[in-house]
Design a protein around this ligand. Structure first.
Ligand SMILES: *[C@@H]1O[C@H](CO)[C@@H](O)[C@H](O)[C@H]1NC(C)=O
Length: 314
């Protein structure tokens, strides 16, 4: 290869989505609406849980952490995507690209680990209802939130540092709408074997271990219900776990679809569409999945807003 190490790439060009130019505006409006929905929905959950003391239980504290992480996760990619759709200059500086990659990995993993904490919380609530408050004390809750932060910081840092050692030659066009780890690796003109190994092993662990833990919690929940089968018990378990299970399926469904069912042709388009699913659609749906059919959340909404009205009239 000629030109090795001679030109140092100082910026990348994000090619964005494979959308024809006459549809750009339509998609811009669509993404803007989705982003605003994501921000407002997750902010509403954060505010409700913060203001309503009835919701200061482990389950809702984890949920507010999940909303926070959803909010940040879609803010890592969406504003830049929308800015690029409107401007003629799709460039992103080298440092900006690595920063985006860091936070993308960080909040993506955080969501993954928080789903495990929530599954464990449901497992304790259903299998040990009498000891629930004793087991899920403030210390364990804090641990289940702090541990994900430590793990994700080190995981995202590891990939970012490994990426910073690579050289990029003249090719700086990223066929994606954000600085994706694997898209950047394909552009590099250095040896990327170490990076690929780390992605394979550490990335595999980060996806597989939480997934197995979640499956184990649910297996225990199902077996404990089947031991004493009663319509009431099944209903109760379903109402407490249903929304969590929906979010887990959405999250892992897209990841499994993306990484375990590779298709040879049209893979860039498929990858982009699937990434769209978990960067935009999942964070947008989470608040609705949790709050629409949830009596506690509706009660909180009423309490918080009624209190506001009283303040207002005083
Ligand atoms: C996250 O969870 C912790 C521990 O349960 C809680 O103290 C904290 O307020 C939560 N953070 C947010 C942003 O909701």
């Amino acid at each position: 290869m000629t030109g090795r190490n001679q030109t140092i790439v100082s910026e990348f060009l994000l090619m964005g989505l494979p959308i024809e130019s006459e549809h750009q505006n339509l998609f811009y409006v669509l993404f803007l609406a989705m982003y605003i929905t994501t921000v407002l929905g997750n902010l509403l959950i954060l505010v409700l849980i913060c203001l309503d003391p009835h919701l200061h239980t482990p389950m809702y504290l984890f949920l507010s952490n999940l909303s926070f992480s959803d909010l940040c996760f879609s803010s890592v990619t969406m504003p830049k995507l929308m800015q690029n759709m409107q401007s003629q200059d799709p460039s992103i500086p080298y440092a900006g690209c690595l920063t985006q990659m860091y936070f993308f990995l960080f909040f993506g993993d955080l969501e993954d680990f928080l789903l495990v904490a929530m599954a464990y919380d449901r497992y304790v609530a259903i299998c040990f209802p009498l000891h629930y408050t004793a087991i899920m004390g403030p210390r364990l809750c804090l641990f289940l939130v702090v541990l994900p932060w430590i793990l994700t910081t080190s995981h995202a840092m590891l990939h970012t540092l490994l990426m910073a050692r690579l050289h990029f030659c003249e090719d700086n066009v990223i066929p994606h709408f954000f600085c994706d780890l694997s898209a950047l690796l394909k552009l590099s003109c250095s040896d990327t074997r170490v990076n690929e190994l780390v992605i394979f092993f550490v990335g595999g662990l980060i996806i597989v271990i939480p997934f197995l833990l979640i499956i184990m919690s649910y297996a225990r929940i199902v077996s404990s219900i089947l031991k004493v089968p009663s319509a009431k018990g099944i209903c109760k378990a379903f109402s407490t776990c249903g929304s969590h299970l929906t979010v887990v399926s959405l999250f892992y469904g897209t990841i499994i679809g993306l990484y375990l069912c590779p298709s040879a042709n049209n893979s860039t388009v498929k990858e982009t569409v699937m990434s769209m699913m978990y960067t935009v659609v999942t964070p947008m749906l989470n608040p609705f999945i949790y709050s629409l059919r949830n009596r506690d959340m509706k009660g909180a909404l009423k309490r918080v807003f009624c209190r506001k009205k009283i303040h207002f009239s005083l």
